[in-house]
Every structure is written in structure tokens, then in C-alpha cells.
Design a protein around this ligand. Structure first.
Ligand code: NAD
Length: 487
């Protein structure tokens, strides 16, 4: 259970720290709990426990045995479903319905998927000719990469944490995880879950704290860490990358986005409007994959913009327990100020605000919360800050285009390259978009549909590397090629 002061989980035990910090509710602004803040010695202890566990019984497990452990973790996560939902909703303010249908089921699914993937991933061997006309047998042995630092953000805390912990454990690694300072609670429940599922002490360690000059930075710089898997802002990724380079550590980076949607005039417009409402406003627009730039073919541009704005105008606010919500607060008052700053900047940069652009007034306890209105803009130049920087809120700028090449050129004119959503009935164009768009994921006539076997990641400032399916196994293992002369 979530306790009043959330503690670290190191070597199988919950431990505190000399310092702690408050975690505030995004819904009301009131304090939810206090959280232990790791110092360097806590991080040292966590990394030492993880290194020690690499030499313990965990090191002697086979892939199938670890797959069985992952399935037990998934079962235990389902048994603790309500605790995980409560933790996730308290920290983020997201609708209970969303946590119950997306965030928490996906955590269990992450463990099951990587249990299946590692079970199916048999290696390969082949014969090589030798100088004397004989044969040598070649094969590759997969080995754990070692101690993995897992650093994740606050927007989908449990989903993103388990997306990385599951494959790391499947591969025989040990982990030290640092959740965001904004969302410590579900990671604390996960620590209980892995303990109760029988994971040996030291295999999963959790430290709480901040990034710079705190737990995140200590972990990244620690010489006992072999690999770093990080999800968060592109600027943070660049900072972590510099430290990782000093220690010659493997990195996997899932970073920011400024994702484009493209609506062609031949699209099923009902589906495109509904899909764009989801892609722009889900989770308060706080998904790295959210559409913040939308390009609509000129014949349907005005109709589409009006329909999108009308849907945004119908936004349903409420308490997280209310049914039928289409909104949620941003993660914090600080983030709300940042998003409201972009709303003001957009006006200064010449945007027409069709709906939103401000924060709602409730006249009750939620006035202390971090709410903003879903916002639809038009009229911004391509090179304005509002149209180039990741806002990470419920805001979508809509601009017209004339032909297919122009749409791809506009979409690709970004420092980021994470995802795009294309709406068309033309099959050939659907496939052309897949090749033409310089992003890691292209959805056609859908958004956020994920098969965990498929590669996930971004181009340009949106990331380094891909995770998902066998690509995760490649990151979380080292391989040794063995070549035996059969003489
Ligand atoms: P952030 O970069 O501020 O923080 C992410 C994590 O890194 C937190 O745990 C934080 O404490 C830690 N951190 C910060 N500075 C650090 C440092 N110097 N050293 C080590 N750790 C450090 O990001 P955020 O605001 O929490 O999350 C929002 C960002 O995450 C957005 O940019 C969003 O696009 C991105 N994101 C990307 C994906 C993806 O899959 N590509 C998924 C979700 C979120």
C-alpha cells in the first residue's frame, strides 16, 4: 500500500532517507504524501544491491524461468489492480476510467508480452568454412547487459516504467529505477508486487528523487551502471547522453515529440475528427505521441477545424472518479503555467484561438488544481515557437495544405521525429506516407494502437534506438559470438 512517506526499495527492503519532499495533488494542489529523496549514498546502495544480485541466483535463471517470473508479476499486478489504479490516479489526476482501461492493464500486458517474446527468441547458429576445408560452428550467446538504470517521466508512469523493467528482467538484468518526482506512487506499489511475485532481493531496486544534482544524475553518472534506458524530454536526454558517453554506457532514449497529423480530403472525416480529438487531447495532451500540429487538405480545412473546435468545446471536466470525463489536469501547477504561457505566446505570434486558450474556473477545490482548457489554434506561421516547440498540453494547431508532397514536407519540417497520424481512404497513399514521413511511427486511420512486438522510438531529437519485441532484447543484452572449429 502507498504509505504516508513513500520510501525507496533497495535490496528487497523499503528504506528511508534523511531528506524528503512533498507530492502535491494535480487535482486540488493539496499535499498527497511525502516522498523520500535519495542522496548519493542511497543510489550507491541501490547500485551495489543490483550488482550483487547479478552474481546471485538470478544469474543462474534460464529465459523460460524468468518468463515464468514475469507472468507471476503480471498476475500479482492484476491482483493489486485497484491499488495501482488508486496510485496512478492520485499522482496524475487522470480519470479512473482511463487508469482502469489503459495504464494498469498495459503494465500487466508489458510483463506478459516480454515473457512471450523472450520465450520465443531462440538463437541462431550457422556453419563457416575454415582454411583447411573444414567447418566451424558459429553462434551467438545472449548475456544480460548488467545493471540497467531506468529513468522515466510522469505522463504514463506505470506504463512507461514497466515497458522497460519487463524486458530488462526478461533478459536477466538487474535494475535501479527512478520514477519521476511527480509520480512516485505506482512504482512503490510495483516494488511490493515484484517482491511478492518472488523476485530475489536486489534484482529490482527503486530510488525516489529529482533529476539534476539528485537521484537521476547520481544514477546516470554511477560507474556501477552498465546501461541507461531513459524516457523524457529531449534536452534531458542530451544531458544524460553526455554523462553516459563519459562512462561508455549503452543508452536507449525515448524523447519528446511535436507530432503531425495529416487529414486528406478523401478521409472518413467522422473517423478523422474522432481520432484527432483522441490524439490531441488524450491524457491532457500529455502523451509524447500526441498530435500538436495538424495539416488538413484545403477543401475540408474549414469544416474540419470547426468540427474539431466543437468537440473541444464539449470537453467534460470533473473529479477523476466521475464517468465520461474527456479532460484531466496537467501534472502540476508549474506545468500548467508553462502551457498557459504557450497559449499567451500563440496569441502574440498571431494565432486565432477557436476554443480554449485559458484555464477553467470551477469555484470549488479544483480551482487549486492544474487544469487548462483543450485548445484549437489556426493562423500560426510554420516557424513560430508555438508551432515548433513541444508544449505537452491539450493544444492543436491546424493549418491547410494543397497536395500530398506539401503535406509530407510540412510534417517533416520539425526538429522532432516521433510519430504521425495520417487519415486517408487511398491505400497507395497510406503506404507512401509510411515511407515519406521521417518519424519512428506512422499510424494510418488510427492512433496509439500498439503491438508490443513492433519497434518503438523516434528519429531526430525524438530519440536514440528502438525498443519493442526483439529490439528490446538487443538493448537489454550483450551478445558473444562463439566460433568453434569442428576440426
Ligand atoms: P524530464 O526529462 O523532465 O524528466 C524525465 C525523468 O528524468 C524524470 O524522472 C526526471 O527526474 C529525470 N531527470 C531530469 N533531469 C535529469 C538528469 N539531469 N539526469 C538524470 N535524470 C534526470 O521529462 P518529463 O517532464 O518528466 O516528461 C515529459 C517528457 O517526456 C516530454 O518531453 C515527453 O515527450 C517525453 N516522453 C517521451 C516518450 C517517448 O516514448 N518518446 C514517452 C513519454 C514521455
Amino acid at each position: 500500500m502507498v504509505t504516508d512517506t513513500l520510501r525507496h526499495f533497495i535490496d528487497g527492503e523499503f528504506t528511508g532517507s534523511a531528506k524528503d519532499f512533498p507530492k502535491l495533488s494535480p487535482v486540488t494542489g493539496e499535499m498527497l504524501c511525502r516522498v523520500a529523496e535519495a542522496g548519493e549514498s542511497d543510489v550507491d546502495d541501490a547500485v551495489a544491491a543490483a550488482r550483487q544480485a547479478l552474481r546471485g541466483p538470478w544469474a543462474r535463471t534460464t529465459e523460460l524461468e524468468r518468463a515464468a517470473v514475469l507472468r507471476r508479476v503480471a498476475d500479482e499486478a492484476e491482483r493489486r489492480f485497484d491499488d495501482l489504479v488508486a496510485a496512478e490516479v492520485a499522482d496524475t489526476g487522470k480519470p479512473v476510467d482511463q487508469a482502469r482501461t489503459l495504464d494498469v492493464p498495459r503494465a500487466a500486458a508489458n510483463f506478459r508480452a516480454f515473457a512471450d517474446i523472450v520465450s520465443a527468441a531462440a538463437g541462431e547458429s550457422f556453419l563457416t568454412g575454415t582454411a583447411g576445408g573444414g567447418r566451424a560452428l558459429n553462434y551467438a550467446v545472449r548475456k544480460p547487459v548488467g545493471v540497467v538504470a531506468v529513468i522515466v517521466p510522469w505522463n504514463l508512469p506505470l506504463l512507461l516504467l514497466t515497458w522497460k523493467v519487463a524486458p530488462a528482467l526478461a533478459c536477466g538484468d538487474t535494475v535501479v529505477v527512478k520514477p519521476s518526482e511527480e509520480t512516485p506512487s505506482s512504482a512503490a506499489v510495483l516494488a511490493e508486487i515484484v517482491r511478492d511475485a518472488g523476485l530475489p532481493p536486489g534484482v529490482f531496486n527503486l530510488v525516489h528523487g529529482f533529476g539534476p544534482d539528485s537521484a537521476g544524475e547520481y544514477l546516470v553518472r554511477h560507474p556501477g551502471v552498465d546501461a541507461i534506458t531513459f524516457t523524457g524530454e529531449s534536452a534531458t536526454g542530451a544531458t544524460i547522453g553526455r554523462s553516459a558517453a563519459d562512462g561508455v554506457k549503452a543508452v536507449s532514449f525515448e524523447l519528446g515529440g511535436k507530432n503531425a497529423g495529416i487529414v486528406f480530403a478523401d478521409a472518413d472525416l467522422d473517423a478523422a475528427v474522432a481520432g484527432t480529438v483522441r490524439s490531441a487531447f488524450t491524457n491532457g495532451g500529455q502523451v509524447c505521441l500526441c498530435t500538436e500540429r495538424l495539416y488538413v487538405q484545403r477543401p475540408v480545412f474549414e469544416e474540419f477545424t470547426e468540427r474539431l473546435a466543437a468537440r473541444a468545446r464539449e470537453a467534460v471536466f470533473g473529479w477523476p472518479t466521475d464517468p465520461g470525463l474527456t479532460t484531466m489536469p496537467l501534472i502540476s501547477r508549474d506545468h500548467r503555467e508553462k502551457v498557459l504561457g504557450y497559449y499567451r505566446l500563440a496569441r502574440d505570434e498571431g494565432a486565432e484561438v477557436h476554443v480554449g486558450g485559458d484555464h477553467p474556473v470551477f469555484g470549488d477545490a479544483r480551482d487549486g488544481g492544474a487544469y487548462v482548457r483543450p485548445t484549437v489554434l489556426t493562423g500560426l506561421g510554420e516557424h513560430t515557437r508555438t508551432n515548433r516547440e513541444e508544449i505537452f498540453g491539450p493544444v492543436c494547431h491546424v493549418a491547410p495544405f494543397d497536395d500530398e508532397d506539401e503535406a509530407y514536407a510540412l510534417a517533416n519540417d520539425s526538429d522532432y521525429g516521433l510519430a504521425a497520424a495520417v487519415w486517408t481512404r487511398d491505400v497507395g497513399r497510406a503506404h507512401r506516407a509510411g515511407s515519406a514521413l521521417d518519424v519512428g511511427l506512422v499510424w494510418v486511420n488510427t492512433w496509439f494502437l500498439r503491438d508490443l512486438r513492433s519497434p518503438f522510438g523516434g528519429t531526430k531529437a525524438s530519440g536514440i534506438g528502438r525498443e519493442g519485441g526483439l529490439r528490446s532484447l538487443d538493448f537489454y543484452t550483450e551478445t558473444t559470438n562463439v566460433c568453434v572449429d569442428l576440426g
